[in-house]
Design a protein around this ligand. Sequence first.
Ligand code: SAM
Ligand code: SF4
Length: 421
Amino acid sequence: MNKGDSDLMAHSLEKAGLRRASGEETADIVVFNTCSVRAHAEERALARIRSARSKGQALIVVTGCMAQRLGKRLLAQGYADLVVGPYQSPRLGEILSSGGGARAYLSQDHRDFAPRTDEAAAGRRDELPFHKWVTITHGCENYCSYCIVPYVRGRLISFPSEAILRHIRQCVEGGATEITLLGQNVNQYGMDSGDIPFHRLLALAAETPGLLRVNFLTSHPMDFRDDIVRVIADHGNISRSVHLPLQSGSDRVLALMNRKYTLERYASIIAHLERTLPDHAVSTDLIVGFPGETEDDYELTLEAVRRFRFDEAFMYAYSPREGTPSFAMEEGIGRERKLERLQNLIDLQRAISREKLLARVDRAEEIIVEGPSKKSPDEYRGRTYLNHPAVLPAGPADVGRKVSVIIKKLRGSTLYGERSA
Ligand code: SAM
Ligand code: SF4
């Protein structure tokens, strides 16, 4: 989401006549686009800002969720010269060129949203990267008890489907071959506005001529319906990788988290995916050490990981966020035990991810080429339709194109492919 927002800000700055600097040291303005999901993300952003302050005289702009959450405190404590929240950041160029006045742009007025599906955001033909982030909803009203997002990004707003589809067509005309539809819970698309449901938007997006791949993030098990799986099955250019955060394997903890599904509901989605999509991948998010999580609850999470065999998981130690309902709940275990639980979980998942990758060796895959690999100038990296990272022999002309390969080996967590006919 932040990458998508950064793209919009870059576009707005360029439209206002600003130019990209070669690095932080030579920039007149440095923009820090921040995250508030965990305390660690904020601590790292604050350290980076302090370091930029100590190096030079650049104007410092803080955007994103930490700007919204800490707002004027960042100004008062000297971290920022200007703070701009997620509602306002798509017009950052306009704000900067209006020549000052206010130093905080934190309003969450819906009208501030118009620039987000601005037709011009598709950019000029020669500059457009092959992949575009396409935000379809902003905000979230699910109020998972640990999560700061509803407070800093506000209520659910679905952008009009017509504007989204027009924007996607323009991206493709400008050279994009892959898009990712973005929202905190894309499955709730249209529920606020009465627009078409998510599975229809996904189908229409995939039917845009010239699109080689459509990804979508994030799905919520509470709203993930069978018709989404049907649309994936019917469209060869929709990614076969579904990101479906489970968070915990314990129904008791899921209820405390206010996730509104049970482990068996999650299992029924996985079973449906297996029945309908012969070849697919599932990735997830998991939190350990949620307040009140017992050893038994934690065991249930490990058991769920063994049962569902996720291709990939993003695993976090619970981080209390002020203003969320779980902030007031007692944590129960110390930091050390929390980190131990996290490490055990990571070890288990890593072994499973490796087995899933090894199972791809000797198989035919299609890869969309992203760019040169770090290790060798003759090797390019990309991702398969199951979202597995892969490397293959390719050149600059292949970037953004689909290439067929046979997977020959696995090194670390990267598949190595050879071109097939
Ligand atoms: N909207 C998505 C969803 O519902 O899963 C993801 C939103 S959140 C930005 C990404 C992930 O961060 C969550 O899925 C959760 O695992 C994790 N997360 C959110 N708040 C957290 C907290 N307070 N402590 C630890 N992890 C957290
Ligand atoms: Fe946060 Fe839950 Fe909304 Fe995801 S669905 S952004 S975890 S409140």
